[in-house]
Design a protein around this ligand. Structure first.
Ligand code: F6R
Length: 240
């Protein structure tokens, strides 16, 4: 695991966006795995800038997002689909025909999860997976548990995740269930970039880097991946 500690979220976004841009320039039909939440927003802003400046073409990129809330339609402004549309896909010129999401509305969620995994495989696997990390060490919505998940599945979100994400909901209540890629899907990506900023992530980062590999800290599984770079500000790196 390579650890890069930088002064600010802006510096992190510059480095992460540069990696994504060179990936897409080298392979215009790259398969990228995206995350939602606060951590990648500045990176997405720089990708949009590059597109507007005519320096990047994302029209042939295939995307897979990590997770989606159950019970929200895609056009609900709180859905992760809506987040990605606003924060990246529309302003950066992605082709919606190549955008993949787990559908939180599906009745047969097991079939949706199997199909998602098959679609990732059909596209040749994910070239670069972008991740954030939860305060409890979750990646995607893989919450601490007794075993590592392999493929996509439906998860009941931990109370700490519901509390952390309440800020995105006017009523303060995110849906309790979500669909997420499994830890196995994340580890299957060829390259992984993880962003964490702020003091509230310091404990999870320390457990991910120095702790035992345990499903109680799902991010610790990244210790077993050959190409992970972790971008931190000084606050998130405080306990390393
Ligand atoms: C979001 C996701 C989550 C977030 C994590 C950190 O798609 O998969 O694992 O990356 O909860 O969220 P922020 O960046 O808001 O602190």
């Amino acid at each position: 695991m390579q650890i890069v500690v930088l002064d600010s979220a802006r510096d992190i976004a510059r480095q992460v966006s540069a990696i994504l841009l060179s990936q897409v320039r080298a392979k215009p039909d790259s398969v990228l795995g995206f995350a939602t939440g606060s951590s990648p927003i500045e990176t997405y802003r720089l990708l949009i800038e590059a597109h507007r400046a005519g320096e990047a073409d994302f029209s042939r990129v295939t995307t897979f997002n990590l997770d989606e809330y159950c019970s929200l339609p895609q056009d609900d402004p709180h859905s992760y689909y809506a987040f990605m549309k606003t924060q990246l896909f529309a302003p950066a010129g992605f082709d919606y025909g190549r955008v993949h999401f787990l559908s939180g509305l599906a009745e047969d969620h097991e079939a949706i999860c199997r199909a998602y995994r098959a679609e990732i495989a059909q596209c040749g696997g994910i070239d670069v997976q972008l991740l954030g990390i939860g305060r409890n060490g979750h990646i995607g919505f893989n919450e601490p548990s007794d075993r590592f998940s392999d493929g996509p599945f439906m998860v009941e979100l931990a109370q700490s995740t519901l509390d952390a994400n309440a800020r995105f909901f006017e009523n303060g209540t995110p849906p309790r269930f979500a669909l997420t890629m499994g830890v196995g899907d994340i580890l299957a990506a060829k390259k992984i970039l993880l962003i964490a900023t702020g003091d509230s992530k310091a404990k999870a980062i320390s457990a991910m880097v120095h702790g035992p590999v345990t499903p109680q800290c799902p991010a610790s599984a990244l210790q077993n991946h050959p190409d992970v770079t972790v971008f931190l500000d000084r606050a998130a790196a405080r306990l390393l």
